[in-house]
Design a protein around this ligand. Structure first.
Ligand SMILES: Cc1ncc(COP(=O)(O)O)c(C=O)c1O
Length: 652
């Protein structure tokens, strides 16, 4: 009989009261002992560096005493850390870790492999590539064509995505220069479907060859001349070698066509890491264009089309478009299917194309919800029946299924994979892309031999260098125990969505009189946003101050460090949130859109609760953390107004 995920889930985590402590302890001891046996049996003839008599020396004993004492100190300190495991934690996008990932990390950490190269991680580099294949299959990529690897997190994964995207976008330009130098005549397919010789293409056309056609062209170039010559010629014309400053000057000279700077389009909800990334890549934050949102915090596809058309009219290249699957603040899922339709239309009607990236760092694991155990897709109706709510919509399923068509996707195991830090991941649909950023240090290249395994030398293709094999083992073991489909992660995430819906409707319907909760829309995944008001709060500033103080009482910033429940907060600012603000301000009945716009960075303070606790959906026999939260929230509100709110100028 197949395992029932409702039962299995009770064995996935240590538990809020460490209910599975015996299990974890047994596995920790097992892993440690097994490692000890390994050391003892590794060249047993080697003798001992530390003898029993050494352990009786004063210096030895003092060191052990110091270690023990300091560890006790550290353990005591850690009690002030954040109780992510508890149903009382409803803050940032972090929850419990799976036992599988904890034990996978612990066991492997003792061996300390470095996944930069297979030579120093013969086991875990393989696991890392397996994990990438599992994630690729989950989102719908063909693992035999795609490629991916783990990173230290979403920021680095996103960085690599734009790094690769830019490499592809400028590749046809480098190929044109190289072909000219080598005297080659290569045909290139343009987005409209016509084909033209590469030497006849204008700069704008070269910058608008689809990813697939660009990589095909590149392969043909390699086949048309001896490899060292192609390598040299490509390097002579590549942005990576020449650098932005000189490159722009040269292109203007060579093509007599100084095109405006290439831009990266991102959803207005984009994570702040994108700002860092365009700065670091030399693209410049002026070239980071934020696109408007709709009322559900999703990128507005009509606004996207308008922007793409305007850019094409100005012949301004688009390096990449970043859509989000699970926004940081609201867990909104952009309509990626519609975004891709916009690109297809741009190719047909404007002769313009761009790399489509999905930042699914938070929401990527939700793709497991759409998978049956045999890997086929579940319908929206099937999922709704299993969750017991009207979620998800057909549109949601279409948007998540469209991940399979994005050129690259980032998805973080250390977020909804419930795996310890540091574990992000990047996946590219066309694995050939990785060669565009390859670098070969002589000391790490695999030895020449009958079958040099260059594909397993990760350091060659990635931004980071040394990286923990333990992180790869943690993700790998977690995926083994909790499959990436309806039996595992799919079920787990469904429960969190059901929990978020329960939390949302309880808060929306709660009698908090004299206070009132104003809700942002029911989330696409599991982050619930809301704000509190009171009849005496008649300006946006007063509402903000009030919510800020409620947050301060319900977070670890609280002076006694002991909040009953832990939440977080964010600010909705203009112009990013212009498309979504109307209904919130209308429900709040305080202030106007113009006032909000004029408030600049002050914006509107919104309280935010990420529901990663899978046990919240159905009240367990233990405390019901929805009811408990409502009580704590009301107490916090009362304390704020009763604790000198008026005197402090809070009431206007
Ligand atoms: C949508 C999204 N992308 C990227 C990131 C960056 O991830 P990390 O903090 O792992 O670098 C985050 C982090 O919250 C995120 O929510």
């Amino acid at each position: 009989m197949p395992t029932d995920p409702r039962d299995a889930m009770r064995a996935w985590f240590l538990g809020p009261r460490a209910e599975n402590a015996e299990l974890l302890e047994r596995l920790v001891v097992e892993s440690l002992r097994d490692h000890v046996f390994w050391r003892r049996n590794y060249h047993p003839e080697d003798g001992f560096a530390i003898r029993e008599m050494d352990k009786r020396q004063q210096g030895y004993e003092e060191t052990v005493a110091t270690l023990t004492q300091e560890l006790m100190g550290l353990l005591a300190e850690l009690k002030r850390d954040v109780p992510f495991f508890s149903g009382r934690y409803k803050g940032h996008m972090i929850g419990e870790q799976t036992i599988a990932s904890q034990i996978g990390y612990f066991a492997t950490m003792l061996y300390n492999p470095n996944n930069i190269a297979i030579e120093i991680s013969p086991v875990t580099t393989r696991l890392e590539l397996e994990v990438a294949g599992q994630l690729a299959r989950m989102i719908g990529y063909d693992p035999s064509r795609s490629w991916g690897h783990l990173t230290s997190g979403g920021t680095i994964a996103n960085f690599e995505a734009l790094w690769l995207a830019r490499g592809v976008r400028y590749l046809a330009v480098a190929a044109a220069g190289a072909a000219g130098e080598l005297g080659l005549d290569l045909p290139v397919r343009l987005p409209g479907g016509t084909t033209a010789p590469i030497a006849e293409l204008a700069l704008w056309e070269l910058l608008n060859v689809t990813n697939q056609d660009t990589l095909d062209l590149w392969e043909r170039l390699w086949q048309s001349a001896p490899r060292p010559e192609v390598q040299r010629a490509l390097t002579n014309h590549s942005l990576a070698a020449i650098g932005y400053q000189e490159y722009s000057r040269r292109l203007a000279l060579d093509y007599g066509d100084p095109l405006p700077a290439g831009v990266a389009l991102v959803a207005a909800t984009a994570h702040y890491s994108w700002e860092k990334i365009v700065r670091a890549l030399g693209i410049g934050s002026n070239q980071l264009v934020h696109l408007p949102l709709d009322q559900f915090y999703r990128m507005d596809p009509d606004a996207l089309w308008e922007r793409v058309s305007a850019l094409a009219r100005r012949r301004q290249p688009i390096l990449a478009l970043v859509s989000v699957c699970g926004t940081t603040e609201e867990s909104a899922v952009d309509r990626l299917d519609q975004v891709l339709q916009v690109r297809a239309r741009a190719e047909r009607e404007l002769g313009a194309t761009f790399h489509v990236h999905s930042d699914a760092c938070y929401g990527g694991y939700a793709a497991a919800v759409t998978r049956r155990a045999d890997g086929t897709r579940r319908t929206a109706a099937e999922i709704r029946e299993s969750v017991g709510t009207d979620w998800p919509s057909e549109d949601w399923v279409r948007a998540v299924e469209a991940l399979s068509q994005a050129d690259s996707v980032t998805v973080d195991p250390h977020k909804m994979g419930y795996v310890p830090y540091a574990a992000g991941a990047i996946l590219v649909r066309d694995g050939r892309t990785r060669h565009l950023v390859a670098t070969d240090p002589p000391y790490l290249s695999p030895a020449e031999g009958p079958a040099p395994d260059t594909e397993r030398f990760l350091g060659r293709y990635i931004l980071e260098g040394s990286k923990p094999g333990a992180a790869a083992a943690a993700v790998w073991l977690s995926h083994k125990v909790i499959p990436l489909d309806e039996r595992g992660y799919g079920y787990l995430i469904e429960r969190t969505v059901a929990g978020a819906h329960r939390f949302h409707s309880a808060l929306a319907g709660a009698d908090l009189a004299p206070f009132r909760a104003v809700m942002l829309p029911v989330p696409d995944i599991n982050i619930v946003c809301y704000l509190l008001c009171h009849p005496s709060l008649t300006t946006l500033r007063a509402v903000n101050e009030f919510n800020e103080r409620v947050y301060a009482r319900m977070s670890l910033t609280r002076s006694d460090g002991r909040p009953e429940y832990i939440i977080t907060r964010t600010r909705l600012r203009s112009p990013a949130y212009d498309g979504a603000i109307d209904p919130i301000l209308a429900a709040l009945a305080v202030g106007s859109v113009d006032e909000w716009k004029a408030s600049g960075p002050e914006g509107l303070v919104v309280l935010r609760s990420t529901i990663m606790d899978p046990f919240l959906a159905a009240p367990p026999p233990a405390p019901d953390h929805v009811r408990g939260f409502l009580g704590a929230l009301r107490r916090a509100c009362t304390e704020v107004l009763g604790a000198g709110g008026a005197a402090a100028g809070l009431l206007s």
